[in-house]
Design a protein around this ligand. Sequence first.
Ligand SMILES: Cc1ncc(C[n+]2csc(CCOP(=O)(O)OP(=O)(O)O)c2C)c(N)n1
Ligand SMILES: [Mg+2]
Length: 321
Amino acid sequence: MQINREELLKAYEGMCLIREFDDAVHYEFAADAMPGFVHLYVGEEASAMGICMNLNEKDTIASTHRGHGHCIAKGCDVTDMMKELYGKKDGICGGKGGSMHIADLSKGMLGANGIVGGGPPIILGAALTYKTKKTDNVSVGFFGDGASNQGSISESMNMASVLKLPAIFVCEDNGYAESTAREYAVGGRILDRGKAFGLDSHEVDGDNFFEVYETAKHVIENARNGKGPALLHVKTSKVYGHFEGDAISYRTKEENERIKNEEDPLKIFKMKVTEAGLLELDQLEKIQAEAKAKIKTAIDESKKAEFPTSKDLLTDVYIKY
Ligand SMILES: Cc1ncc(C[n+]2csc(CCOP(=O)(O)OP(=O)(O)O)c2C)c(N)n1
Ligand SMILES: [Mg+2]
C-alpha cells in the first residue's frame, strides 16, 4: 500500500469531519434551525477523501448538489461553510449561496452546483487552461448516477478525450437519483460510457477508502503526466434520503440498515487499519471526538454570526478580474 501513517491520519480526520458536519446539519435542519435546502453526503466520505487526497491546492474540483464532502475534502473551512448554510454574512460566499453554491477558489473548489450534470463542463475549462499553460494540474468533476444520463456528461467526456485534457470524471453512484433507482433509469454500464469515449475507466468500491485512493492516485498521476482523462465509477450509497425531509419510502428498512451497518466507509476504514496494526483504536476515537468538537464550534459561531444586510444585496454581482 502506497500510503504512509500521516496520510492515513489525514484520511480519517477528513472523513470524520465530513461525517460530523453532515450529521450535525441533519439535526439542525430537522430542528428548523437552518434555512434553505440540503442534500447530505453521509456514507460517501471515502470517495471525496480518496480522490482529493491526491490533489494539491492548485488542482481544482467541481462538485454537485451533494457537495459538503467535496468542499471539506478540498480544504474549505468548516466554520465558514457552516455560516454559509445558516445564511450568515461572513459565510464562505457571504451567506448568498447556501449549501448548493459553496465555492472557494483559493482552495481550488470551483463550486457546488444545483444543476445536475453541471460540474463536468466546468472542469473542462479548467483542464484546458492547464493544458494550454503547460502546468501539471488536474481538474476533477463529480456527478451522480442520475447525472450520468445528462448530455453534458457525455459531451464533456468526449471533448476531454479529443483534446487529451487532464480531466477526471467521478461518477458517485449511490444507486438512486431522487427516488429513481439506477436499475430503472441507467442503461448499460456507466463504466462502458467512459470507455466508449476512450477514457481510462475504472469501477471502484466507494465504501473502501483504499480502493478509491489507489485508483485515483493512478489516474490523477497519469493525467498530470499528459496521459489524458479518466472516468472513475465509484459504487457507494448514501445514509440519509435524497434531501433532508425525504421519507425514503423507496428503500426498504433492510436496505437502510445494510447501508448504515455494513457499508459505512468510516467503519470499514477503522477495521482495516486496526486489523493491519497501522493505527490504534484510541487514536481513531480521539480524531472523531476532535471532529465533533470542531463542528460544534462551527455551529455555535454560525448561530451567533450576523446576517447580511440590504446593503450587501448589490455586492458580488459582478466580479472584476
Ligand atoms: C438539470 C437538472 N435536472 C433536474 C434537477 C433536479 N434534481 C436535483 S438532484 C436530482 C437527482 C440527482 O441524482 P444523482 O445524479 O444520482 O445524484 P444524487 O442526488 O444521488 O447524489 C435531480 C433530478 C436539477 N437540479 N438539475
Ligand atoms: Mg445518485
